[in-house]
Design a protein around this ligand. Structure first.
Ligand SMILES: Cc1cc2nc3c(=O)[nH]c(=O)nc-3n(C[C@H](O)[C@H](O)[C@H](O)COP(=O)(O)O)c2cc1C
Length: 192
């Protein structure tokens, strides 16, 4: 394991008061508590137009992908949109490929206005498999988001603990031995 694994967080909501961003930030607190260094990549600060394969370096894409490549682990957070993860996160991920995610340790977190955002987590896990990332078994599902926070703080100790543990696991497994490539990745001709 690197002495002090560096973990970056990405939150797939551009909303100013995003619960997803709050939650990813809390997971990054868990990273720091576990001895890692952490940084939130705030997608409001990156110009990432809808992905066009003819313009794969559009806007701030190169700056964004460089930060992902430099990380020892990544925490991806998404709001639940229409039963899946957000287009904001999808766009950010489409600028990435094997260079960013192959053998990368990834933690997943999803936030829903309604019930548990499990499908968003499953869909993100599939994307990570197609990129040969190593996805942490523990994942965080935050339901009924508007009830879970007060003044930017978690109100439920159990959910906060789950979120902090995600950050700790990112540090713990940052340098885990890679698994064999997935069959999905063999078909992912866009990620080269
Ligand atoms: C376009 C859109 C689709 C949504 N779809 C769902 C959904 O399918 N299930 C759900 O529980 N909440 C849904 N929501 C509510 C969001 O998950 C909820 O507002 C969440 O807090 C947004 O994350 P944020 O606070 O990080 O922006 C949707 C919200 C939007 C804007």
């Amino acid at each position: 394991m690197p002495d002090s694994p560096h973990v970056v967080g990405v939150a797939g909501s551009l909303r100013d008061t995003s619960y997803t961003r709050l939650s990813v930030s809390r997971a990054l607190d868990g990273v720091r508590r576990a001895g890692g260094t952490a940084e939130l990549l705030d997608l409001r600060e990156y110009d990432l137009p809808t992905y066009d394969a003819d313009r794969s370096a559009a806007g701030d894409a190169d700056a964004f992908t460089a930060r992902i490549r430099e990380a020892d682990a990544v925490v991806l957070g998404t709001p639940m949109y229409h039963g899946s993860y957000s287009s904001t996160l999808k766009t950010a991920l489409d600028y990435c490929g094997f260079d960013e995610f192959e053998d990368e340790t990834v933690g997943l977190l999803a936030v829903a206005g309604g019930g548990f955002p499990v499908t968003a987590l499953e869909h993100l896990r599939s994307v990570c498999r197609a990129l040969n990332a190593w996805v942490i078994p523990h994942q965080v599902a935050l339901p009924n988001a508007s009830d879970q926070f007060e003044n930017g703080e978690f109100v439920d100790d159990g959910l906060e603990r789950r979120t902090l543990v995600l950050g700790r696991r990112a540090v713990q497994y940052a340098d885990i031995e890679p698994d064999p490539d997935s069959f999905e990745s063999d078909q992912n001709v866009g990620a080269e």
